[in-house]
Every structure is written in C-alpha cells, then in structure tokens.
Design a protein around this ligand. Structure first.
Ligand SMILES: [Fe+2]
Length: 284
C-alpha cells in the first residue's frame, strides 16, 4: 500500500469503500462547472432554465489523475493491486460508446443532479429506492469481470445531506459476489439489482468538493433526490483492468483489495473461478 492506511484497508473490506478527501479545491472545480452550465444552456442562478432534472454530460477537459492528485492515483492503485494492472486506454471499448474512457484520467463528464426527485418528499436510502444498480451496462457480468473494476464517485460540489449525494448499499458487494459466484455463466447487467432486498447498511454519500470515494465495483447504488435547488455535480470515472480479477493467485499477498473483499465475502482463502460461457460486450 502506497497511500491507503491499515484503517482504510479495514474500512474497505468491512463496508466496501474508502474516501480520500480534498483531491482538488473549489478554485479548480468552479471554472469547469461554469463551463458545464454553458454547455447545458442553463443559467446557474435561474432554476427556471433547468429543463431537465438530471443531465449527463460528455467530457470537455481531461486531467491526468497522477498530476492532479498523486494521493488519489496512489489510492486507486492500492485498491486494484498496482498501476501495472490498470488498462490505461480501454481502446478495446472505443467501438462501443465509451470513447472518452481512460483509466488514468479524470474529466468534466459531469452527472448533474439539478432537481431529481424534488417533487416528492425526501426519503433516506431503502430497498424501495428507485434505480438501484451495479455499474457496467455494456458487458456481461462475471465474478472476475475487469471492464469496470472500480466504482468511483468524485464530488465536484459540496454535497451536504439531502442534496443529491449518491445512495450506496454498503453490504451489497458481498451479496453480489456470492450471486456471481453462483452464476459462472455470467449475468446481464441488471440481474444483480434484486439483491438490494437483502441489504441493510445504507449510506448517503455526502462530502465536500474534491472528495473521492472508491467503492467496490459490485456495490449497488442509486441516484438520490435533490430538492435543495443547488445543483450537485459529480463524476463516475470508470477504471478498467488489463486482465480479469484473479482469486487464485499463487502468492496471497498479490491479491488486490477488490479481490480480497470478494474472497472474504465468499468466506474462502482462494477461489478458482472459471467463466462457463464467453464474455460479451453489448452494443458491438
Ligand atoms: Fe451507477
């Protein structure tokens, strides 16, 4: 571990995430947010111009994570077992719809929660919250899938409680791990969502501008209502690996934190996972 502390590691294994605060500040974020409002055609101080409750923007700028915040890059590498395992370009996916995905970079491809769910009373995360999902809509999901090896939530605006912070089911990754172990034939992207009914440890991901949260890629999560009138900007920069997760490494000290978490969920020291059907990318 070059960045994460033993306490960070324990927290990731227990609740499936770790937060690295202050990866950048308001001075860095604000011009990009101002530009995003221009791109959306919305006036920042006039909600009447915000015609959609939530917007998904493409990138206009990219930043090498290592240059912007070496601490953040160090944490990402710690969780995934080292920089050498991360696919820097994901060029294989450019033919689908992720031409802008680059594991080594962050961008201003914002998800802007302007007033999602604002017409109903705010409710805390629960199994009946809408849209619980596991990320990765473009590939068949296996226990060892590598296409989206980390769920990353990067806060670009201060996100106090009840202001659109991502809802997270912290105890979902263990249930998803067991489900995927039981389905070596692979499952469609939406097939894991029903496991939310077994979850009890819910979190509203609040934070400050520049806070980075790295979550286990199996974590179920959902958009949350934002009735505050203050747009919440975040990004979900995906990270891909060069090779599938490996739960049967010769040297146990080579297991990444993501792999260790899965082994812990399965209650085994190692696991010889082998897909029984071909990997598939949807949209090819
Ligand atoms: Fe998501």
């Amino acid at each position: 571990m070059q960045t994460l502390t033993p306490a960070d590691v324990e927290h990731f294994l227990a609740r499936g995430y770790v937060t690295i605060p202050g990866c950048f500040n308001h001075t860095f974020a604000q011009p990009l947010i101002d530009h995003a409002f221009e791109r959306m055609g919305y006036a920042p101080d006039d909600p009447a111009t915000w015609t959609e409750p939530i917007r998904y923007l493409d990138h206009a700028h990219k930043f090498l994570i290592k240059d912007l915040c070496p601490r953040a890059w160090g944490a990402i590498c710690d969780v995934l077992g080292g920089e050498g395992r991360i696919d820097p370009t994901i060029h294989r996916m450019e033919t689908i719809h992720f031409s802008s995905v680059e594991s080594f970079k962050w961008s201003d491809a914002f998800i802007v929660n302007l007033r999602y769910g604002a017409d109903e009373p705010w409710r805390p995360p629960a199994p009946d919250t809408a849209r619980w999902h596991k990320d990765g809509s473009f590939f068949k999901h296996f226990l060892d899938s590598y296409e989206q090896a980390l769920l990353v939530v990067l806060q670009w605006t201060d996100t106090p409680p009840k202001a659109g912070g991502t809802f997270v089911a912290c105890d979902s990754y263990q249930r998803v791990a067991r489900f995927l172990a039981d389905h070596p034939e692979g499952v469609t992207p939406g097939a894991c969502s029903h496991l939310i009914d077994q979850c009890q440890d819910f979190l509203e991901l609040t934070g400050q501008t520049g806070d980075l949260t790295l979550l286990h890629p199996f974590t179920l999560h959902a958009s949350s209502p934002n009735p505050t009138g203050r747009p919440r900007f975040m990004t979900n920069p995906p990270v891909a690996l060069k090779a599938p997760l490996d739960f049967n490494r010769e040297d146990p000290s080579d297991f990444s934190l993501v792999e260790r978490a899965v082994l812990q969920a399965l209650d085994v020291d190692r696991y010889d996972f082998r897909p029984t059907s071909p990997r598939e990318w949807y949209g090819l």
